[in-house]
Design a binder for this molecule. Structure first.
Ligand code: FES
Ligand code: FE2
Length: 435
């Protein structure tokens, strides 16, 4: 394996960062299984015993609601002989977890409740109630912010809020747009497996250079549909398509008008570029409810937040004004699962939910071309990077022109297509990897 310190240069990265299985193992250990990773939303597990399984790095985990209302995150493993406790993706475990192999039972916080025939078989052995190794192991740290649950498998390191830093705005922006100040998960997500390294996904999320190239044909088709809908006076539906047609109607040089702001730990904010304050009847009805809930001044502040996309490195991409997020679950050096979730604004009119649902489907569903456009590039990138056709990946665009302030690096005005976000991610990556 190459020495991680020799893989990353300020404006380029060795291809092995994406293709070497040994590097993948090390980054799972030093990054994904160390930092704060998004588990899910509290509303996915509303009742005691409700659980959801997910992966943190290479570790199968369970997020479960306890009788005390607390959300716990546990390794999905029975302390007896290692059986996974929950084989299903989600469900309700009832009063306790009960292993399907030999029926050892555990409280929702993972502590041992009972072992069948405990009294007759374990005298004089190391198995006695109260010994910690007989509990299901919890994640070292679990914290929740405005309903979004994160876990870290390392017992030390920055707290969740410190880790999120400025990227915390993603969750505030999403929740503040709800008249009740909270969001609720829509209880299903798209799951997409891409045949590439996980970092290609993270880089693409805030790649302002690619949409007008990669998604041009999709954007053009959306523009046609948008015009037809507008003729039929279906403003609400036309709006969803407008978000796609922007990929084609905004020419590549115009993307330079946007800005990326990059933060420590690899996080990044892309400032807004879509007209998200339309004046159709649905939006006006929503505005009215919001003004009633927050007052005019606060309302203006909330809907004026200039954000389109927030990247929480290494595992989350949030589009707060559209109430959706994508969680990244690396499966192998060349295989990556993304879970794409969306949320309802509590207290907002149904039409507003329908609009974000339409966008969610247009961008993410198996039927959309947007996702297909990107997925094909991901696969092709991974194939090219696995070849002997070259050793380096270039992130040189506008290198040396970013604006550096303490704690943040911004793309310069009119340089929104700067590859600053990729440089920032790989800088954070190198720091983690040398830990
Ligand atoms: S492996 Fe779980 S009870 Fe035996
Ligand atoms: Fe894309």
């Amino acid at each position: 394996m190459l020495d991680p310190s020799r893989i990353v240069e300020p404006d380029r990265v060795r291809r092995e960062a994406y293709t070497d299985p040994a590097i993948f193992d090390l980054e799972m250990q030093r990054i994904h299984e160390t930092v704060w990773i998004y588990c899910g939303h509290e509303s996915q597990v509303p009742k005691a015993g409700d659980y959801y399984t997910m992966q943190i790095g290479r570790q199968p985990m369970i997020m479960v609601r306890g009788k005390d209302r607390k959300v716990h995150v546990l390794y999905n493993r029975c302390p007896h002989r290692g059986n996974m406790m929950c084989g299903d993706r989600h469900g309700n475990t009832g009063e306790q977890f009960r292993c399907s192999y030999h029926a050892w039972q555990f409280h929702h916080d993972g502590t041992l409740k009972n072992i069948p025939m405990m009294d007759s078989g374990y005298a004089g052995t190391r198995v006695n109630k109260g010994s910690p190794e007989l509990n299901m192991k919890p994640a070292a740290r679990v914290e929740s912010y405005r309903g979004f649950v994160f876990a870290s498998l390392a017992s030390s390191g920055p707290g969740l809020k410190e880790f999120l830093g400025k990227s915390i705005v993603a969750f505030d922006d999403m929740c503040d747009r709800a008249p009740e100040g909270e969001v609720e998960v829509v209880p299903n997500c798209f799951r997409v497996i891409q045949h590439s390294n996980w970092k290609l996904f993270m880089e693409n999320q805030i790649d302002a250079l690619h949409p007008s190239v990669t998604h041009q044909s999709t954007g053009r088709a959306a523009h046609e549909v948008e015009k037809q809908l507008a003729k039929k006076a279906k403003a609400g539906e036309a709006l969803s398509y407008h978000m796609l047609s922007a990929f084609a109607t905004v020419t590549i040089d115009k993307w330079d008008n946007f800005q990326t702001i990059n933060y420590p730990y690899g996080h990044c904010i892309l400032t807004g570029y879509m007209g998200l304050r339309p004046q159709d009847p649905d939006t006006k009805a929503y505005d009215k409810i919001m003004i009633k809930a927050y007052g005019q001044k606060r309302f203006e502040e909330i809907v004026g937040v200039n954000i389109h996309h927030v990247l929480v490195y290494p595992g989350l991409s949030v589009q707060s004004p559209l109430q959706q997020l994508r969680a990244v679950r690396p499966l192998g050096v060349d295989r990556t699962l993304t879970e794409i979730w969306h949320f309802r604004l509590k207290g907002a009119p149904e039409a507003i939910y329908r609009r974000s649902l339409a966008y969610y489907n247009l961008v993410n569903s198996p039927a959309t071309l947007i996702n297909a456009d990107d997925l094909e590039n991901f696969w092709k990138c991974h194939q090219g990077l696995s070849s002997d056709g070259g050793d380096w990946v270039s992130f040189a665009r506008h290198h040396g022109h970013d604006i550096e302030k303490p704690g943040e690096v911004s793309s310069a005005p009119n340089q929104g297509t700067s590859e600053a976000p990729m440089r920032n991610q790989m800088k954070a990556w190198a720091k983690y990897m040398q830990a």
